[in-house]
Design a protein around this ligand. Sequence first.
Ligand code: CUA
Length: 182
Amino acid sequence: MSTHNTLTPPPSDWWRHPIGRDEVLWISVAAAWCVIMTFMMVYWYFAGNQNQAGEAYRISAEAFEAKADAMVDQYTIRTETELEVPVVAVPPGGDVYIVASQFQWNVIPELKLGETYRFHLSSVDVNHGFSLQPINVNLQLVPGYDYVLNFTPNAVGEYNIVCNEYCGLAHHTMVGRLYVVE
Ligand code: CUA
């Protein structure tokens, strides 16, 4: 069997040779693009209405869970699935506590169309991701922080909450739900 190698190895003193023009061109394009995208992050915050303000507070897992439990006690309207996940209907303007843990979401929020809610998102164990499908909402949930998100749903429907941060063996099963009703 022939092991003929068609690739020419670089000269053993390759660092002494001048850089090729193509390479200079591509490095320049990539570097310029990095600079442009860095400024675009700031631009999109104001013009694109895409990025969150990043309001976050320190909180212990126990304190956050206590607030979430109080919400569940007060606003549960029914339960769903064989796991009996509480569906909570927090009044418009109210605080919705979303607790991520291995490997579930604490509640199924039911929201009213066009009303604004104050979402609080946190994890009580490891890093999780909060991704609302099929919309482009994507946040990282870090234990010890209450991440606040002002949320105004503008379309009726059933949405999926997907964990998009690898959090352990059953990460792929960590799917929740969110309803927006008239
Ligand atoms: Cu939670 Cu992946």
